[in-house]
Design a protein around this ligand. Structure first.
Ligand SMILES: Nc1nc2c(c(=O)[nH]1)N[C@H]1C(S)=C(S)[C@@H](COP(=O)(O)O)O[C@H]1N2
Ligand SMILES: [Mo]
Length: 524
């Protein structure tokens, strides 16, 4: 009789908890976070590029086909990097949750997922141009820590409930403590990785101590007439903080002037390796030059104008003695990005410079500290190598640079372009005199005229700001006597060689977008 009574009270027996799938999912996410955080930390003494998160991101960027780059820059503009990071983070959270849930159903499937993710991280790290055997460790150690975390957490969740304790959504205190600890480890490791990474490099201090050289040959002053300063339009000089940034670097290289050198080799008479001191022992010049990205859409904002101080690239090429049959200067940045620039263009007398200063400051890290190239007239992807550390003299029929391998052109002079900046798109407009203004550029050919037309009418000449040089952009303005209704305003530029901005709309790939910038306005 007594034994029957016990059978009638199953709640007094211990049994496994049931409903904590959410806690399992969270366990998986935390385990994934530990993989990344610990990976970040272990990457510190090796190379920040070796951390699983950055390695996967950077390798993804390198594998991005040309159309996807166009799509990304089109959709996210210069926020393409944050967009990638957010996308990766969402994916990792999802995969972590799945790993946690699967570990609950059947061990060790969740752990296997973490190991597979780790394999992707190791593979990506080994694809980095700077990779050596050490690059496997950040992900490897991270995965070991992550799997341990997952096991520990799930074990806590599966501890049988004590007799008399009701099954509940809330896991036991030990689990919560462990989960908190895992979160702290992941966050602390990740944060330490970032923080110490910057300190170790010492690059911030090095840049602060950098003394901008005084140009022996300064840029001519900018006349008031070249900068007509219309509210809402681009300023003639683009402040460094507003200057567009385009590159493949997920981790901005943190070089110091002490660690920088430029190795020049290949089809030259005398190979040479230049230290930073060697470079600044030469005579600096100062020039105002407008940069433009080939990915700029018609009317887009991927162009900027700055005052650069640097050293003529031609002088260095003369020193090493370029072989007559070498037609490409292949420059490489410290993170392995490559650019192919025609030797002919670098040596034709234009102001192609190895720049060390931008608008009176040392180059910002994002713009190439301590040394980058600036070549008037060519899109950035074939000329403007940031963090440049290597020059090889070679031939276009032998080598393809980074973007050319991905479907972009090998040669890419900047196309004659103009854009409307004022009035702003969709701005409300009163009938009467309306100032229309913008910027035009055709670097190293110069702007001859800008014309505007309304509703496909006659082209009207715009007023040009004073020309500063053929290597910089030119502001323009035009007074429109606007009547009520919906109107379309278009602009086109003509360069000093007589080339008219091309009407046909073509995409940026492979050599720069064409088309006339068009804005529609509703006048009240
Ligand atoms: N090292 C490196 N240099 C680079 C790039 C890059 O991805 N890596 N991108 C190039 C491209 S496509 C452009 S348009 C210019 C942009 O220079 P900015 O970011 O200083 O405006 O840098 C060029 N130099
Ligand atoms: Mo670019």
């Amino acid at each position: 009789m007594v034994t029957q009574n016990i059978d009638e009270h199953p709640s007094t027996e211990s049994r496994p908890p049931r409903r904590r799938w959410a806690a399992h999912a969270i366990s998986g996410v935390l385990a994934a976070a530990v993989v990344l955080g610990v990976g970040e930390l272990v990457a510190l003494p090796i190379n920040p590029d070796a951390s699983p998160f950055y390695a996967v991101g950077a390798t993804t960027v390198d594998r991005t086909p040309a159309w996807a780059r166009e799509f990304a820059i089109d959709t996210f503009g210069t926020n393409d990097k944050p967009a990638l990071f957010i996308g990766m983070s969402i994916l990792i959270v999802l995969l972590g949750a799945v790993a946690g849930l699967l570990e609950r159903r059947r061990r060790p499937i969740g752990s296997v997922i973490l190991v597979l993710l780790g394999a992707v991280g190791v593979y990506a790290a080994m694809q980095r141009p700077t990779a050596d055997a050490m690059y496997v460790f950040p992900t490897l150690v991270g995965v070991v820590a992550g799997v341990a975390t997952l096991r520990l957490l799930i074990t806590q969740l599966e501890v049988p409930l004590s007799p008399g304790v009701a099954d509940s959504w809330l896991p036991r205190r030990q689990f919560l403590l462990l989960a908190g600890a895992a979160l702290a480890v992941a966050a602390a490791a990740g944060a330490a990785g970032k923080f110490v990474g910057q300190r170790i490099a010492g690059a911030v201090a090095n840049r602060e101590d950098f003394v901008v050289p005084t140009a022996a040959d300064p840029a001519p002053p900018i006349p008031a007439g070249a900068d007509i300063a219309i509210a809402g339009a681009s300023t003639y000089i683009t402040p460094n903080d507003d200057f567009y940034r385009i590159d493949t670097a997920l981790l901005v290289p943190q070089l110091t002037t002490d660690s920088w050198e430029l190795r020049i080799h290949g089809m030259v008479d005398r190979e040479m390796t230049l230290s930073f001191d060697d470079l600044v022992a030469r005579t600096p010049i100062e020039r105002v030059i407008t940069l433009t990205c080939v990915s700029n859409e018609v009317g887009g904002v991927l162009a900027g104008n700055a005052k650069w101080i640097g050293y003529p690239m031609k002088d260095l090429l003369d020193e090493v003695g370029v072989h007559p049959d070498a037609d490409m200067l292949l420059s490489t940045s410290v993170d392995g990005f490559t650019v192919g620039t025609p030797v002919e263009i670098v040596t034709d007398g234009r102001d192609a410079i190895l720049a060390v200063a931008m608008n009176g400051e040392p180059l910002p890290f994002e713009h190439g500290y301590p040394v980058r190239q600036v070549v008037p007239g060519l899109y950035g992807f074939v000329s403007a190598t940031k963090w440049v550390t290597e020059w090889e003299l070679t031939r276009f029929d032998k080598v393809e640079a980074y973007w050319t391998q991905r479907g972009w052109g090998a040669q890419a002079p900047i196309k004659t372009s103009s854009r409307i900046e004022v009035p702003a798109a969709l701005a409300p407009i009163e009938p009467g005199q309306v100032l229309v203004a913008g910027t035009a550029w055709a670097q190293h050919r110069g702007i001859e005229k800008v014309e505007v037309r309304v509703d496909n009418g006659e082209w009207q000449p715009a007023t040009l700001a004073q020309e500063y040089s053929i290597d910089t952009w030119r502001q323009w303005s035009w007074m429109w006597d606007a009547g009520s209704g919906l109107h379309t305003v278009q602009v086109r530029a003509t360069d000093l060689d007589g080339n008219v901005q091309v009407e046909e709309r073509t995409p940026p790939i492979p050599g720069g977008a064409t088309g006339w910038h068009t804005r529609s306005f509703t006048v009240k």
